[in-house]
Design a protein. Structure first.
Ligand SMILES: Nc1ncnc2c1ncn2[C@@H]1O[C@H](COP(=O)(O)OP(=O)(O)OP(=O)(O)O)[C@@H](O)[C@H]1O
Ligand SMILES: [Mg+2]
Length: 339
């Protein structure tokens, strides 16, 4: 069963909701103690407990076929939210509905429909080659032999791990293990995939392969992804929509492009001149670097519009080329975290 909330998309058609989280709260009870041996003994007799609220009043939805980015600083509650949506943690209060299932109550039926990767935590047996784990998963998920071979070969090809799957997992590099983890999570062609930091510790080429793989799968199979990451280039490459979580609460839920519009306060202009340029001064603009033929300016968007800067440049200078760039998305996100 899928939840339908009409109307949703641009064509007025009802869209299937893959995830709906309402008012989710998750607290942990954990014990604390001061440092030192004496305190360690004391704590054996008199335990002090504290309650940590990892998630509070978290509500959001994700459509089927979406790639949703879940971001936030360390300890924000991202992994707790993923675990709750996978059904490995039960909510203290609130509700979760994923693909029509209540994850922690209907775990056995539900897990067949999802794939999960928790960073570098191995989903593979350590002492045997990954290919044996894949075969084992084929049995567990009852994947028909033909489908299994087709899907596995395709994943091996896209991820470039032809020579990796036959080596004992303990001898593989971190990036190679991460790619094999992805295969494990996706072999049974799940409708919904949770990736908690899927590119942590992997090199730039491997990152690109993993991202391409996620994009292809999303486009071809309509697979829904929820991805947490501290790598903003993952987000820029994969996600249209993001949910930002901080101290257990959602602080932003919307399009990545909107967040840029809202929070970007400066733009950078690189101007090339066809002859040595005269002195440049304009209210709201700060010169970052300059030589006879080139100028880099930071424009403060609170004081001046970018169109006014380019008009001024074109009117008063012999301009050969202008390049306008946004500050990196990391800067924008940093601003939001600070707030
Ligand atoms: N099993 C647990 N027992 C007690 N506290 C926990 C437990 N799991 C998480 N927490 C606490 O809940 C909060 C959220 O943790 P969580 O792992 O969800 O953060 P995160 O956003 O994934 O952080 P990171 O970016 O570092 O992975 C933290 O304060 C953490 O210490
Ligand atoms: Mg985490």
């Amino acid at each position: 069963m899928l939840l339908i909330y009409p109307p949703a998309n641009n064509f007025g058609e009802a869209m299937a909701i893959a995830i709906e989280v309402r008012n989710l709260k998750k607290t942990f009870r954990t014990h604390t103690r001061e440092a030192g041996l004496l305190e360690a003994f004391k704590s054996l007799l008199f335990r002090k407990y504290k309650t940590v609220t990892a998630l509070d009043k978290v509500s959001f939805k994700a459509d089927e076929g979406e790639i949703l980015g879940l971001i936030g600083p360390n300890g924000a509650g991202k992994s707790t939210l993923i675990k709750a949506m996978c059904g490995t943690l039960f909510p203290t209060s609130g509700t979760i509905n994923c693909l029509g299932f209540e994850p922690w109550r209907q775990r056995i039926k539900y897990v067949k429909n999802i794939g999960v990767v928790f960073g570098p935590k191995p989903l593979l047996w350590w002492d045997i080659p990954a290919i044996d784990t894949f075969e084992f998963l084929r049995e567990v998920y009852e994947i028909p032999e033909k489908d299994f071979k087709k899907r596995l070969n395709r994943m091996i090809e896209i991820l470039g791990i032809e020579n990796v799957t036959k080596t004992p997992v303990r001898d593989l590099s971190l990036g190679e293990r991460m790619k094999c983890n992805l295969v494990c999570a996706l072999l049974h062609n799940p409708k919904l995939v949770f990736l908690d930091e899927p590119t942590i510790g992997v090199d730039i080429i491997a990152k690109e392969r993993i991202r391409k793989f996620i994009r292809d799968l999303n486009r071809e199979e309509g697979t829904t992804f929820v991805i947490t990451t501290h790598d903003m280039s993952d987000i820029e490459n994969l996600c249209k929509r993001i949910v930002i979580i901080n101290k257990g609460a959602i602080v932003y839920d919307g399009l990545l492009s909107k967040i840029k519009q809202k929070y970007i306060k400066t733009k950078h202009l690189n101007v090339k001149f066809s002859e040595p340029h005269k002195k440049f001064t304009l209210n709201g603009c700060k010169i970052e670097s300059e030589n006879e033929y080139e100028l880099t300016i930071e424009a403060n968007l609170k004081k001046i519009q970018i169109g006014d800067v380019t008009t001024y440049l074109l009117k008063n200078f012999k301009v050969a080329d202008i390049t306008i760039t946004d500050p990196p998305i990391e800067e924008v996100i940093k601003e939001i975290y600070k707030k």
